[in-house]
Design a protein around this ligand. Structure first.
Ligand code: SF4
Length: 94
C-alpha cells in the first residue's frame, strides 16, 4: 500500500494532521470536496443509536474491529471513498 497517492500534492505531515483516528486511510486522499458523510462505508450499523456516532466500515474490514471514537461526518474522504447510495443516505437520516 503506498504511503501517499501520487496524485495528491499534500505533504505527508499535512495528510497526517488532517486524518482522524478510525479512518481507513489518510484524510483528503479522495476526490476533492468528498467527505466521510457521503461515503458508503460511513455507517451506524455497529450501534442501535445514532448518539454513539458513526464509524468507518472500511476501517472495520481492514482491522477487524470498530474504532472506539466516532468519525466526524465532515472529515475529508480517504482513498477508499465510495459514493453512498441514496437509500443509504435516507436510512442514516432516520
Ligand atoms: S472516506 Fe469512507 S472509507 Fe474513507 S475513512 Fe471516510 S468513511 Fe471510511
Amino acid at each position: 500500500m503506498p504511503i501517499k497517492p501520487d496524485d495528491n500534492p499534500l505533504p505527508i505531515d499535512e495528510l497526517q494532521r488532517r486524518t482522524v483516528p478510525g479512518m481507513a486511510y489518510f484524510a483528503g486522499t479522495s476526490v476533492r470536496r468528498t467527505f466521510c458523510d457521503n461515503c458508503a462505508f460511513f455507517t451506524f450499523e455497529h450501534t442501535r443509536t445514532h448518539r454513539a456516532g458513526a464509524r468507518c466500515a472500511k476501517y472495520f474490514e481492514l482491522t477487524g474491529r470498530w474504532h472506539a471514537a466516532p468519525l466526524p461526518p465532515t472529515t475529508p474522504a480517504c482513498k477508499y471513498f465510495k459514493p453512498a447510495s441514496k437509500s443509504k443516505k435516507k436510512n442514516d437520516e432516520r
